[in-house]
Write a protein that binds this ligand. Structure first.
Ligand code: 5AD
Ligand code: SF4
Length: 461
């Protein structure tokens, strides 16, 4: 394929022409797409939107790259490891492309939005036909049309477009749980984080659009709705107000949300969670570090003491209130003593779960310029130490539920035995219990009998 740096859409594009072109290429056969989304739920949602667009023009989906005529890697840029995996994958597609040159290979999402990555793909990965970033979804049909018609490579990493396209309908992977973005982008510029650079500034969806989408999902039988935003607390139209509004929707369902920046988490948010019966009594509150100096260097804009206030406020009203957190280990300049402050903090705050990561240098961020003297290997050992510390204390903390009855959404077959089902409680804790598979997709009350380090065990009551 010849190289073309900028997407240039010729004026004969129309959806009809695109469909006709696909029919010319595939005849009676249904074209198949393999799409893999890496990273966070927001990215998974974008992947579901692309799937929705492809379904509209006659595509079906496959898990087998060999059968696909279109392969899409919807990528994540948060950590280097995710990027390495994508390069590993597209490296492997070189052989496939040689054998089946008509297969279209596409890389999109956060990683593709970075100029140096798009350049690297353009220069070194000629098997890739289409590259587009996080602002170009609206142009997907046009770009696909151009690739199919002209057989040229298309790159589109245009900068921010403030509009939110309400017309892109998701083709959802699950029939039980659905994610609903309420806002896009991030304004916080935590010094380690690439997200503000690849997802642009914050844009909120109108309350009515979110309300209508959630109402439709509930009507369609979805049981769990997760509201998504990098920091839902800065939702322009008021996040507690949105929760209250969504709580008025009738039906058998529950609401979750993520993430919530501690600098903006208020007692009003906690009160709202506690007051709204449909909202899960759980808050994912990324702490990142338990050391004030490191938090300042991270530009997190709160101290450990301020963070503690939110947890203490919630637990004073409801001692079982569940918190989970993200932790970064080995931020540039972090000493072992400072890391130990994070260990101390996780013991104090008793998280039901932590998602912990070794710091990953992201080019273009402020932290990438900071001095970093600790080896990656050493940081890996710190991470292990943190996880062991958490595991040691977690079972006794989870035991607070033994003897209590939790509302669990049965989601799939369990791990404990072939008779067990697996689901999550309102607190987002995994619960396993014996039950008929017909219960998958419905809520059940489960009396907890045992706490283990990865789940609670219980019996349906
Ligand atoms: N290195 C390691 N972890 C990171 N995160 C974000 N950026 C980085 C990075 N450069 C983590 C944070 C965030 C979660 C989604 O990913 O903990 O909350
Ligand atoms: Fe990244 Fe911080 Fe924004 Fe979260 S709040 S997406 S960690 S910059």
């Amino acid at each position: 394929m010849k190289n073309k740096s900028i997407c240039c859409i010729d004026n004969v594009f129309s959806i009809e022409n695109l469909k006709n072109l696909i029919t010319v290429i595939h005849g009676e056969n249904t074209p198949l797409c393999y799409l893999h989304s890496f990273g966070c739920q927001q990215n998974a949602t974008d992947g579901e939107k692309i799937k929705g667009m492809l379904a509209e023009i006659g595509y079906d989906f496959t898990d087998d790259t060999e059968k696909a005529s279109l392969i899409i890697m919807n990528t994540c840029a948060v950590r280097e490891h995710a990027e390495d995996r994508v390069f590993g994958n597209i490296g492997k597609f070189k052989k496939l492309k040689k054998e089946k040159p008509d297969t279209i290979i596409c890389v999109c999402g956060c990683m593709a939005q970075q100029k140096h990555i798009a350049e690297r793909i353009k220069n070194n990965y000629h098997q890739v036909d289409l590259v587009f970033g996080t602002f170009a979804y609206n142009k997907f049909y046009e770009m696909l049309y151009e690739v199919l018609k002209t057989k040229s490579r298309v790159f589109n990493i245009s900068e921010q477009d403030d509009s939110i396209n309400e017309n892109l309908k998701q083709l959802r992977d699950s029939k039980i749980k659905a994610s609903v973005p309420i806002m896009y982008g991030c304004n916080n510029f935590c010094t380690y984080c690439i997200v503000p650079y690849v997802r642009g500034r914050e844009r909120s969806r109108p309350v009515e659009a979110v309300f209508d989408e959630v109402s439709d999902l509930v009507k369609a039988g979805y049981k769990e709705i997760t509201l998504l935003g990098q920091n839902v607390n800065s939702y322009s139209y008021g996040f507690p107000q949105l929760l209250k509004r969504l709580n008025t929707i009738e039906g058998d369902f529950r609401i979750r949300f993520m993430s919530s920046h501690p600098k903006d988490a208020t007692s009003e948010l906690i009160d709202t969670i506690l007051d709204c019966d449909k909202v899960c009594k759980h808050l994912h509150l990324p702490m990142q570090s338990g050391c004030n100096r490191v938090l300042k260097e991270m530009n997190r804009k709160y101290t450990v003491e301020e963070y503690a206030k939110i947890i203490d406020y919630a637990r004073e009203i409801n001692p079982d209130f569940s918190f989970t957190s993200d932790i970064i280990v080995g931020f540039p300049g972090e000493t072992y003593e400072e890391f130990c402050e994070t260990k101390k903090a996780i013991n104090r705050f008793k998280f039901d779960n932590i998602y912990s990561f070794v710091y990953s240098k992201r080019s273009g961020t402020k932290a990438a310029l900071m001095e970093d003297n600790i080896s990656h290997k050493q940081k890996g050992l710190w991470l292990r130490e943190l996880l062991l510390e958490h595991r040691e204390n977690n079972v006794s903390w989870m035991s607070r539920f033994v003897g209590k009855t939790l509302k669990v959404l049965a989601e799939k077959e369990g791990r404990t035995s072939e008779h067990h089902l697996n689901g999550r409680s309102d607190e987002n804790i995994i619960v396993e219990f014996i039950g008929d598979k017909a219960l998958i997709g419905s809520f059940v009350n489960v009396k907890i009998t045992k706490a283990m380090n990865w789940a609670l065990l219980g019996e349906i009551v």
